[in-house]
Design a protein around this ligand. Structure first.
Ligand code: GLN
Length: 553
């Protein structure tokens, strides 16, 4: 494949307030440009000082997404991968912390030849360098860069400066998209106000930038009057204000944007041919999601979604998306409910309600809060043959539950919760223990893609259709090899393991014992894509569709 020399750049910045959906907007722009036949990649710049997202609590920041190469990053990277259907790498993600870290490391190594290293231009130049590296590594013709934060705040000003520099150098190669927000006032909330957007544009002007396109986020599509007004007040070319109304399903966003010809607008700005648009497959997916008749109730048992009165589903965004992808493939409509693990500690009453669900997921997690409840849920699902899917911690806990209640090792536990347990069913492997003792916690995580081998005649191999897989990990603890023979003798099969046989990657009960009781040490949700749903999620949803919920009396 010939190497692309000069990429075109699309920058996406946010105005008015955070949370306006820049991530989905950036991913959708990527999808649209890809559908026009261009090779596209996407980058996220996060304005915080953390070097990556690995140390952040999901209730604060949402899910920590993990790439094949082990990069722990922002959940928007998941959106890019899902929309573009491509694996991204470390080069596609940066934070203020990581950028400064490289500049400082280079300075310490005399990389600047004795010169004074000034914030401007050094930091913006480092940003540009990284964008170019990502473009070249991905062999991208167009690179979309989402700048975190909101225009007008201190945090992202050096990134905006990088855009200014690039625009100055390549005026025909850079398009700047502002994702803005129009609050709705008046009875019925239909009067969309443009003033905050005008201020956001002035903020951009004050750093030497002007948007080429404005994506106007609002509860409803913009009328012509409002579009004309923004064009006029913000000096935009005719047709460059694009409606971005609220949608139920994020996969509709590229289709909505194309209704206002966003692709043409951006390509025109980049002096690129418009090309033929091919969103057929994507439209089919969206209509499958919209027209799915059969509703399935899927319960997700967790603890990272409670914050005051809010439900922070962002902590499990990839799990939700994976459920949606698999459901769409099976023409089902998932109704996801959030079940607080703590509630199940109390007793049988709450547990009985699990019979209302077609399937239960216990997703990843850390620490001891909510564990008792999760174990009760798993036991109930196993005994009452409710489809159960355990993801990472959800797999480890399924193994603990099985050891306690089937092997009768009453105090079986993970050493994450009880370091002194008599039966450390889930434990840290010896090589990791050394690192833990040195307080080198970062180094103790198994991160990123690892290969696994699947056993014959198992649910896992049936789902994947191959015996060699690669999946993404993010955990410290593993199934303790000392207990494997005992567990398998009692019916819990480890159907997937590392090529050297030491690490257990999938645990399952046979179909004769249970319609679907399976857990993965890895996070399958991280690799599910709308156009290629994850095989294990598909298998889980198949079982869920067959499961007859018990009406509550
Ligand atoms: N806490 C568990 C571990 O560290 C599981 C982590 C997870 O679910 N991602 O191994």
């Amino acid at each position: 494949m010939p190497k692309i020399k000069n990429p075109k750049y699309v920058f996406v910045v946010g105005g008015v307030m955070s949370g306006v959906g820049k991530g989905v907007a950036s991913a959708s722009i990527g999808k649209i440009l890809q559908s026009r036949g261009f090779k596209v990649t996407a980058i996220k710049i996060d304005p915080y000082v953390n070097v990556d997202a690995g140390t952040m609590n999901p209730t604060e920041h949402g899910e920590v997404f993990v790439l094949d190469d082990g990069t722990e990053c922002d959940q928007d990277m998941g959106n890019y991968e899902r929309f573009l259907n491509r694996d991204l790498t470390r080069a596609n993600y940066m934070t203020t912390g990581s950028i400064y870290l490289s500049v400082i490391t280079r300075e310490r190594n005399l990389g600047y030849g004795g010169k004074q290293v000034e914030v401007v231009p050094r930091i913006p130049l480092e940003v540009i360098d990284r964008i170019n590296t990502a473009a070249s590594q991905n062999n991208a013709e167009i690179v979309i860069t989402e700048v975190g934060g909101t225009v007008g705040e201190y945090e992202n000003i050096l990134f905006l400066e990088a855009i200014r520099m690039l625009k100055l150098k390549y005026p025909h190669n850079v398009a700047l998209v502002l994702v803005s927000f129009l609050p709705a006032l008046g009875a019925g909330g239909t009067e969309l106000k443009t003033k905050p957007t005008q201020h956001a544009v002035r903020s951009l002007n004050s750093v030497g930038l002007h948007p080429d396109v404005i994506l106007a986020r609002a509860p409803v599509p913009l009328d012509k009057k409002r579009k004309d007004k923004i064009e006029f007040m913000c000096s935009l070319d005719h047709g460059n204000v694009i409606s971005a109304p609220d949608v139920k399903n994020i996969y509709e966003v590229p289709i909505n944007f194309e209704k206002d010809n966003l692709g043409d607008r951006i390509l025109g700005k980049l002096s690129l041919r418009f090309g033929h648009r091919d969103l057929k497959q994507w439209r089919r997916l969206v209509s499958a999601m919209r027209n799915a008749k059969r509703t399935l109730k899927i319960g997700i048992v967790g603890k990272y979604f409670e914050s005051g009165n809010f439900v922070l589903t962002d902590s499990y965004i990839s799990v939700i998306e994976a459920v949606k992808h698999a459901s769409a493939a099976l023409k089902c409509n998932p109704e996801i409910e959030w079940l607080d693990a703590g509630k199940f500690e109390k007793g049988a009453g709450e547990l009985k309600k699990l019979g209302d669900y077609n399937g239960i997921i216990v997703p990843g997690g850390f620490g001891s809060r909510g564990i008792k409840g999760k174990l009760k849920v798993i036991e109930y699902c196993r005994e009452h043959k409710i489809p159960y899917f355990g993801l990472c911690y959800g797999m480890q806990l399924a193994v603990v539950e099985f050891a306690r209640n089937v092997l009768k090792l009453k105090d079986a536990n993970t050493t994450e919760i009880d370091p002194k347990t008599k039966h450390p069913i889930i434990d840290i492997l010896p090589e990791q223990k050394k690192l833990m003792a040195e307080k080198n916690y970062g180094g103790t995580m198994r991160l990123g893609a690892y290969p696994a081998i699947l056993d014959k005649k198992t649910i896992a191999i049936g789902a994947y259709g191959t015996n060699k897989i690669s999946e993404r990990h993010r955990h410290r603890y593993e199934v303790n090899p000392d207990y494997i023979v005992k567990l398998e003798k009692s019916g819990l099969e480890f159907s997937g393991h590392s090529p050297d046989g030491r690490l257990m990657e999938i645990a399952e009960l046979s179909r004769e014992q249970h319609p679907f009781f399976l857990g993965t040490q890895f996070h399958p949700e991280l690799k599910s894509r709308p156009l290629s749903p994850h095989p294990l999620f598909v298998e889980f949803i198949k079982a869920a569709a067959k499961y007859k919920t018990k009406p509550r009396i």
